[in-house]
Design a protein around this ligand. Sequence first.
Ligand SMILES: [Zn+2]
Ligand SMILES: [Zn+2]
Length: 84
Amino acid sequence: MAIQVCVRCGEKTAKMEACGYCNRMLCRNCVKSCRKPSRTERLCICKDCWSKMETRKKYKAVEKKVEEEFEPRDFGRPRGRRRF
Ligand SMILES: [Zn+2]
Ligand SMILES: [Zn+2]
């Protein structure tokens, strides 16, 4: 897997997520949250877009058909429903 550099914080990582709103490739630290509206779709929002009310509202309106949300800074404390 190729190592890429996050355009937001400069972090080098092999695990990048694309923000569904600004379309940048970002590391997990810069991604606020991800949702799967369906089995094939995956939608992530970065922290910049999260801080904008309009984008955040759009993200919150995305229907969660598949429950999968992660909070990168909250790994030790899972909250909400889990699928396992
Ligand atoms: Zn980053
Ligand atoms: Zn974004």
